[in-house]
Each structure stands twice: as C-alpha cells, then as structure tokens.
Design a protein around this ligand. Structure first.
Ligand code: ZN
Length: 311
C-alpha cells in the first residue's frame, strides 16, 4: 500500500447507517464522505445493493457510488451485495470492490438472508461469472466476508474448521480474498490470532488481509492488535462507532474510527488519516444525525499533548 502501513476501511455509510431509522439524505451522505476523504480516508463502504423496500436507508446506493466516483477519483469505493443481482448493480455503478457476506453459522444465514450455505455459494459462483465478463480494467475486487466467524448469537461456538472450509470454498469459487467478521463481538485476541493463522494456512496469507471487528464487549482494539501481529493490514471501522448493532448501553458496535486511527498512528503505523480532520468529519456526521449517539474515547478526551502522527 503506497505510503501507508494499515488501511482503515470506513464502513459507517453502510454498516453504520444501516441500523439507523431516520434516512440520511443523499446530499448529507456525500458531504460526510467528502469530509472523510478530506481527512485522508482511502476506502469507504458507501452502501449496499439490497432491495430498497428492505432498507430504505441505503436505497440511494447506486447514486452515491456514481457521485463519489466522480467527486473522489482516488477513493476506493466499496459496497456490500447480498447476491448476483446486487453485484450486477454494483458493477454497473462502477464500484471498486464488492463484498458478499456469508454467515459461517448456517442458522444465522437462514435467519438473516433466508439462504443456506450452498445457496449463498451459488451466488458467489454467479458473481464470479459476471466479473469474468467485465472488460479489462473495470473488474471490481471481490471479497467474501465470513460473518459470525468468531461465534454466533444463535449457534454459540462456530467451529474453526467450518470457517476454514468456507474460506476455501469462497476462494475456489472465485473470491479474490476472504475477510473475517466478528459480527457478534465474541472474539478475543488469542482467538483472532488462532483463526487468522488457520485461514491463512489454508488459502494463503495474501488472500486474508482484512478483519471486521466489533467492540461489543470492549475488546475491539485489543483484537486489532492481535490481528496486526499475524499480518492483517486492513481493518474496518465506523466513524463515531455508528451501527454494528450495539447490545450494551455505552458500548459501540463497530470499532470507532477515531480511536482506531489514534491507536495506529500512536503506535507508529501510518494510516494516511489526519486525526484532527477526522474530528471535522465527525462534526459533519453529528450535524446530519442530530440525537443519534456517537461513540469514541479519543473524541471526548482529545489527542494527547504533543501527539504526533506516524511518519
Ligand atoms: Zn459491523
């Protein structure tokens, strides 16, 4: 990655907004994204190509993708797709990266997507076919994201062998890379290292570079450090900790971007993101979502006296 050591992938406009009822107007989303880009954020998951009736908050995803591609040519524009139909829309809009979630827990998959593992894997194959037909230079990257990889609220423990086997299937069917998601906030640092190593051994370390961690039980940043120690270089986070289904009052669901950037930069790892300008983006978000709780310790405490970014 040019000029940075760790890629912080902002998922607020998708994962964050998804769980919020008041629909954020497209113009406000674009202002927020512009402020994030101005702070140095290089990758943003801007929406999800799901039917508008299921998720009115993200009904403008196509419009958002087209607008940000035009306004921020250097930005890596990521989107979530639940199936091949969504992937088709994502390709048409010009997304740089499409992520298809596959729940490692089949019970969770049936409950949330109403699909068995095999049915989701068929969609993966269809999407790989669509991508194969893209003209040279226009093909988006394709990630299979294994949600509930560290445990499931319905099934409890998810066997590591199952996660490894699904990662192998995703790659065999055409995913460029596999991500692991701690959807439920069950992960601990020892488990993060163990599971990342097991999946890397099966599919190659270059095919597992990203983690989506939650802070539900306060272990989000500890799990990031564990990920760093086993070679992970991309971490999802959400500005103000928006979204990610927080279960406990006072705890964010998603990792807070502001805290993650502070930690990484303080550790000497370059993110390309300016913490001060990230606060300016937070102010834009706060103004657009009045009354919505925003989380984060660093925004409240401020940066330490004499703080310097990684050089
Ligand atoms: Zn999340």
């Amino acid at each position: 990655m040019d000029g940075i050591d760790v890629l912080v992938s902002e998922v607020g406009p998708r994962d964050g907004l998804q769980s919020i009822a008041p629909v954020m107007p497209t113009a406000a989303k674009l202002d927020w994204i512009a402020a994030l880009v101005a702070a140095g954020v290089r990758e943003i998951e801007v929406g999800s190509f799901v039917p508008a009736r299921l998720l009115p908050q993200l009904a403008d995803t196509g419009e958002v993708v087209r607008a940000v591609r035009h306004r921020h040519p250097g930005l890596h524009v990521a989107v979530l797709v639940p199936n091949a139909k969504g992937a088709e829309a994502a390709i048409a809009a010009g997304a740089d990266k499409i992520t298809l979630p596959l729940s490692a827990s089949e019970t969770h998959s049936l409950r949330n997507l109403r699909r068995t593992h095999e049915e989701v894997l068929e969609e993966v194959q269809r999407i790989a076919g669509l991508l194969g037909a893209c003209p040279e230079g226009t093909r988006p990257a394709f990630e299979g994201a294994l949600s509930t990889a560290f445990g499931c609220t319905l099934e409890g423990e998810v066997p590591e062998a199952k996660v490894v086997a699904l990662a192998e299937r995703l790659v065999a069917l055409g995913c460029d890379e596999v991500g692991l998601s701690d959807t439920t906030g069950y992960a601990n640092p020892a488990q993060v290292k163990r599971l990342v190593r097991a999946v890397q051994a099966a599919i190659g370390p270059e095919r597992l570079s990203g983690l989506h961690l939650h802070n539900t039980r306060g272990l989000g940043l500890a799990n990031v450090v564990a990920g760093l120690e086993v070679g992970i270089t991309t971490f999802d986070a959400s500005q103000g900790g928006l979204g990610g289904c927080p279960f406990a009052p006072g705890a964010s669901g998603n990792i807070v971007t502001e805290d993650l950037v502070f930690m990484l930069e303080a550790m000497g790892l370059r993110t390309g993101i300016d913490p001060e300008r990230l606060m300016a983006a937070r102010a834009v978000l706060k103004a657009a979502l009045p009354g919505e709780p925003l989380y984060g310790f660093t925004p409240d405490a401020g940066l330490p006296l004499g703080f310097r970014r990684a050089a």
